[in-house]
Design a protein around this ligand. Sequence first.
Ligand SMILES: [Zn+2]
Ligand SMILES: [Zn+2]
Length: 257
Amino acid sequence: MLESVTILGTGTIIPVAGRKCAGYLLNNSGSLILLDCGPGVLCQLADLGIDYSKLNTIMVTHFHSDHISDLFSVIISLTIRIGTALDLTVIGPSGLASILLEAKRFLYPNQSDYRPDLLVIREVGPGTFPLQDLHIHSERTMHTAESLCYRIEDTAGRVLFYSGDTDYEDQVVRLGTRADISILECSHSDRFPDQSGHMTWSKAKRFYDDTRPHQLVLTHFYEDFLAEGIHTKPVRGRSIAFANDKDVFWFTPPPNA
Ligand SMILES: [Zn+2]
Ligand SMILES: [Zn+2]
C-alpha cells in the first residue's frame, strides 16, 4: 500500500543551493521505489539515513542528465558494496538498456564494478503494467521523444501521479486526474521567454483545476521561478504545496477505506 513520498530533489540541472535534482522516494508498504535519479539523489538518501541498497525499483521518466545521472553511481556503488547479489529493477523508456549497458565503455571501461547486466531492466512505453502489487499507467509527454509520466495506483485506490518533465498536455491531464498526491514539475515563471516543454505557474494552476488532486506538489524549480518568490506566498483556494528537498507527503486513506 502506498504510504508516503519523500522529495529528494526539487531543483534542475542549473544549480540552486539546497535543491538537488529530480528524485522522489515512494514507500509502498516498506518497499522503496525511486522515481528519477538525478545528480545529488544518492547523497540525499545518505543524508536522510536511507540505505540505497534497500531500493527495490528505480523508475525514470526520460534521459536528461538531471533525471538519470546518479543511476550510474547507484549501479557501481551497489556492485562495490554487495557484489553480484544485486537485486534492483530499473524501469524507463525505450533506449534505457542501451544507455546503461553502453555507458560502461565510457565511464568504467577497465573496471569490473559497473555491472548493469546484473539489473532487471524493463523498457516501457505508454500503457499499463504491474509492479509489485501496484498498477502503473504511463503516458508520453512531449518534453523529449522518449519522455513518460507515470500514474501509480495501489489496491486500496491510492494514487500517485508524477509528471516528469512536461508541458501542459491533454494526455498528461488525463493521467493525472484525481490523484491523491500529484507531483508536477513547475519549472518556470510566466515571464520566462521560452515556456515550451515545461510547466509554468499559470499552467500548474490550470493543471490543478483540471485534475483536482487531493494534494498538488510542485517541484523542479529553475532560478527564474524562484527569483519571483511565488513559492514563498500562500496559495488560496487550491491545495498546492511548493516542495522543498526532504519534504515528506503522506497518503491519506481513500474515502471508501
Ligand atoms: Zn528534461
Ligand atoms: Zn528536468
